[in-house]
Design a protein around this ligand. Structure first.
Ligand code: SAM
Ligand code: SF4
Length: 326
């Protein structure tokens, strides 16, 4: 079977597909409060185009796809796309990143469409702090998480971006919440992606310090989780809960990076923290055939840089996280 190997010998078998750059929340580290400069619908890849690109990736060895955004549930008829992607020969795992505000309405359809695993953003368990960070209502998200559990998604991973002086005092409460509801918890360091991400790094916390703090309170033993992502996991002894630490800044994981990102306008970004990309939409709309599409993808993979430079060049990435697809 064909494999996508980049020029540093890394095997690329995972694609994150952004289905929209729009969102019903405004997390301060992701998108500016007043931001409205979104892609227009005619610039979005259609479901047919996304399916075609992902079928080409699958022929080239991709096994896992994650739908993301923006907020993916803002895109109409998402379960239809999920169904098409999960049915592609070779695709073994389809997952979704969401803020869960609309999950209570769509959980059952998404699960039936073949999405098995979920990542849900949840930065605070206090309605006021949640509103301050995201502009939204905590209650909706909590309802969404419970609906996702009831629909049968396993595992459900809670993503918490930690910010000093904002939500770092909630670390222990969040662990207890996840124990209570059998959820995996992942802490994330803030990345300087876009102006909003850069501004948020003023609250940066090294997750090594959080781990030490948690070790005083919980017995943490080495753990593993399926998914092939960048988190390093510890299990809370006496429970079946894993806690992951995603440390792009304090301990980057570029040497094992296995992914690329397809943005809603059909641009293939080969690194979250670099500009290297290939625009696939113009090629698709110019009528390239499947072999030419595969070749374009292979060429794009050769553009994948060795690593991000968030520490050395924090000013570098102008596009917002919601644009690339986190
Ligand atoms: N809307 C969905 C959500 O919030 O899960 C999916 C897209 S969101 C861009 C994906 C992930 O990126 C979320 O977990 C979010 O917390 C994270 N994220 C966004 N901006 C970030 C930043 N500057 N640094 C670290 N993580 C960030
Ligand atoms: Fe929206 Fe997700 Fe970005 Fe928050 S992190 S603004 S929920 S895309």
């Amino acid at each position: 079977m064909a494999k996508l190997i980049d020029s540093f010998g890394r095997s690329i078998d995972y694609v994150r597909v952004s289905v929209t750059d729009r969102c019903d929340l405004r997390c301060g580290y992701c998108m500016p409060k007043q931001f409205h400069d979104f892609h227009e619908p005619e610039e979005w890849l259609t479901f047919e185009e996304i399916e075609r690109v992902m079928a080409a990736f699958a022929r080239l060895g991709t096994r896992r796809i994650r739908l993301t955004g923006g907020e993916p549930l803002v895109r109409k008829d998402l379960p239809q796309l999920a169904q098409r992607l999960s049915a592609l020969p070779g695709i073994e795992d389809l997952s979704l990143s969401t803020n869960a505000t609309r999950m209570d309405k769509h959980a059952a359809d998404l699960h039936a469409a073949g999405i098995s695993r979920l990542n849900i953003s949840l930065d605070s368990l206090h309605a006021d702090t949640f509103k301050q960070i995201t502009g939204g209502k905590l209650e909706k998200v909590l309802n969404g998480i419970m609906a996702a559990k009831a629909a049968g998604f396993r595992p459900i991973k809670i993503n918490m971006v930690l910010m000093k002086g904002v939500n770092d005092h909630e670390v222990e409460d969040m662990v207890n919440f996840c124990i209570q509801h059998s959820l995996t918890l992942r802490f994330i360091e803030t990345m300087p992606v876009g102006d909003s991400g850069r501004a948020a790094t003023e609250h940066y916390i090294d997750l090594g310090d959080i781990r030490k703090k948690l070790e005083q309170r919980f017995e943490l033993i080495p753990g593993v989780m399926p998914g092939g992502g960048p988190a390093r996991y510890l299990k809370v002894a006496g429970t079946n809960i894993n806690i992951g630490f995603i440390t792009p800044i304090s301990q980057h994981f570029c040497a094992t990076c296995n992914r690329v990102r397809l943005s809603v306008d059909g641009t293939l970004y080969t690194c979250l923290g670099q500009e290297h990309h290939m625009a696939l939409r113009p090629l698709l709309r110019a009528g390239i055939d499947d072999k030419e599409l595969e070749l374009a993808i292979i060429n794009a993979i050769h553009l994948k840089p060795e690593r991000h430079e968030f520490k050395e060049k924090p000013e570098q990435i102008l596009r917002f996280m919601s644009y690339t697809g986190g």
